[in-house]
Design a protein around this ligand. Sequence first.
Ligand SMILES: Nc1nc2c(ncn2[C@@H]2O[C@H](COP(=O)(O)OP(=O)(O)OP(=O)(O)O)[C@@H](O)[C@H]2O)c(=O)[nH]1
Ligand SMILES: [Mg+2]
Length: 260
Amino acid sequence: MLGHGKSSIINTCVQIVHQADFKNVAGSGKSNYPITMDRTDYDLTSHVVINDNRGVNKMSPEEQEEVAAQMGQMRGQSTVEWDRSVRGKLNLIYQQFNYRPIEITVPVFVYSVESLLTDERYEEIEPFIREAHKITGIYPIIVLTKVGTHRDMADECYDKFKALGANHVFQVENYTVEQHEHHPKTQAEVLKFLDTCLKEVDESIARRATEDPQKKYMDLAMDAVHNIIQKENEKKEIKIQIIKEKCEKSKEEIRRQKNV
Ligand SMILES: Nc1nc2c(ncn2[C@@H]2O[C@H](COP(=O)(O)OP(=O)(O)OP(=O)(O)O)[C@@H](O)[C@H]2O)c(=O)[nH]1
Ligand SMILES: [Mg+2]
């Protein structure tokens, strides 16, 4: 989520794993506008990276589709765009057939407990989380941030994400530019979070050893093609509806003029 502390949790992880002084490596900051626009990897070890990303805001279909493609490893490290042509999307699916992923992505959903988790928001998040699970085979790990000053809300969010089906929900008070003295509670929770990510990777490797990669890609591609067709149809329906409304308005105008 936009501005919920994604770059800050990365700064916190980097500081703890490297046992270094605080540095704003991922560029966290206070702003009403999105700060992080690109996907960027930060090394935790020689084999483990933590990836910062552009935050989602409205959970729009475009945002959902882009995030789904990233999690399916159909995106490199580049500026994140919400819109792509159908041909572009199909090319990306094609690339998947020729590309055996050597990386395992653990999806992490960062949510600030400062933000009210209203029913509406909850309903928007649910399909997003479900989709991430379907694509990566790993249920997103939830990191709740800004928990220090919002204890009640942290517990409420914890319960709600658990009810959504999350196996792992962590409650972190990040190190920030303003406040980054070593804190044992933050350190313990972050290490538990990273340990859980690595366990998920181990389980994913074990599962992959027994599955047919070609079938997996075919399923993914079929899903993607199905989504493209469905979205195109929805767009056409909207256009038809607009034309119908215009027609009705014109007819009414003609009737009105005749009456005059
Ligand atoms: N108190 C407190 N502040 C936090 C915490 N996490 C992030 N912040 C503050 O929240 C603001 C946004 O944090 P970022 O890490 O830049 O958030 P982001 O999700 O990367 O934002 P975008 O890149 O713009 O989407 C900054 O002012 C951080 O200092 C936290 O756990 N506690
Ligand atoms: Mg950021």
